[in-house]
Ligand binder design. Structure first.
Ligand code: PMP
Length: 383
């Protein structure tokens, strides 16, 4: 129950577990083409948006966004809500950007007014924000950021690695220019693919550069023709695609389309709220302030006197793996529970997680009641 790689559905696992298809095979052409079409839909993006599916992880997708959009000397703005915003700042600085950082208080995202005021104080080409920061479980609402950017002719880029499919995102309606994610999170595949949707203004910004990006693999111009071909179910080659992962992606996107994205968004929100009822009944507080809680993971603060590593070890002994804290301010005081993708439809798995955490607390000498916590979860889930 870590925040990725997540548990995947049996159907996705089956689609992945085939002898490696060639990149010119019928099954790969269909899976690649269908995945491109489905990604456009899953990101709620326009017909002239170009999805990209590349080998690598979320960090490769971050790098691809930066390397195509940023030229040395460009002024950009980053809304810093935690660990992965800081990673983005590092990638931007390497690319030679002048980076202005709007630092958020830990546990919340800045108010829209604050974002707009900051935007007006500089001459920014792009604003970068993290939809859900995985170190704090803080949710940032991309809508006002994307709209404010659009109104000012600034491009907006969102890191949706820990959000896409688990949190509402409407790329076209909100006027966002780039949304990126990775295969191992709520999209429900094994790790190994960087995914993104690039809108027409961002595509034009790459075309209008004075020089191409300094790295070939992440230059999306090298991948454009490949994706256009596969969407027409024609084979193409720039670098060998991760064919088994694309088979898995296609199966997963098919499941998402079958269930309906709106339904999946609602399920994530409901399960997250029900889990928070269980956490509260166990006496936990969490890092995000009210109104900033992500639906894809929880970042729980451990009770005074409890060592995180000891607690997570005890939880593991009870049969469930959770993740430690990674935000510097909370590294020794928090642990994280992922609740996204296939797992959120598996009540026994979620209840086992609640029980494992409750029993680990009991092992630490805290008098908590596992069954009351499970009942709080059940009430929340069915209400
Ligand atoms: N951004 C966010 C919000 C993430 O959660 C992660 C991974 N946890 C990344 C970026 C980096 O992705 P990856 O580990 O797949 O490179």
């Amino acid at each position: 129950m870590i925040p990725g790689p997540i548990e995947i559905s049996p159907t996705v696992q089956q689609a992945y577990s085939v002898p490696p298809p060639g990149h010119r095979s019928e099954e790969l052409k269909e899976a690649f083409g269908a995945s491109i079409e489905a990604l456009r839909e899953v990101f709620r993006s326009s017909a002239d948006t170009q999805p990209f599916i590349v080998s690598g992880s979320g960090t490769v997708a971050m790098e691809m966004a930066v390397m195509n959009l940023v030229e040395p000397g460009d002024s950009v703005m980053v809304i810093d809500t935690g660990f992965f915003s800081k990673r983005m700042i590092g990638i931007l600085e390497r690319a030679g950007a002048k980076v202005a950082v709007l630092e958020a208080e830990v546990g919340r995202a800045p108010d829209p007014d604050e974002v707009e005021n900051f935007m007006d104080r500089g001459d920014y080409k792009i604003v970068f924000a993290t939809h859900v920061d995985t170190s704090t479980a803080v949710l940032l609402d991309p809508e006002p950021v994307a709209k404010a950017a659009r109104a000012r002719g600034i491009l907006s880029v969102f890191d949706g690695v820990c959000a896409a499919v688990g949190e509402v995102f409407r790329m076209e309606e909100w006027g966002a220019d780039l949304y990126l994610t990775a295969s191992q999170k709520a999209i429900g595949c094994p790790p190994g693919l960087g995914l993104m949707a690039v809108g027409p203004r961002a595509l034009a910004a790459r075309r209008n550069r004075s020089r191409p990006p300094a790295a070939s693999f992440v230059d999306w111009e090298n991948w454009l023709g490949v994706h256009e071909a596969y969407e027409k179910r024609l084979p193409s080659y720039y670098a060998t695609p991760a064919t088994n992962l694309i088979m898995a992606l296609s199966a997963s996107l098919n499941e998402i389309r079958g269930a309906g994205l709106d339904t999946i968004w609602r399920q994530h929100a409901r399960v997250a709220e029900a889990l928070r009822a269980a956490w509260a009944s166990l006496g936990f507080t969490w890092i995000p302030q009210t109104g900033f809680e992500a639906s894809t993971l929880s970042a729980l603060i451990v009770p005074q006197g409890v060592r995180v590593s000891k607690l997570t070890e005890r939880i593991a002994r009870r049969g469930v793996i959770v993740a430690g804290g990674i935000h510097p301010q909370y590294r020794e005081r928090s642990f994280r529970v992922g609740h996204m993708g296939w797992a959120i439809s598996q009540a026994p798995l979620l209840e086992r997680t609640i029980r494992a955490i409750a029993l680990a607390l009991q092992d630490e000498g805290h008098s908590v009641d596992a069954e009351i916590a499970v009942a709080a979860f059940r009430d929340g889930r069915t209400s």
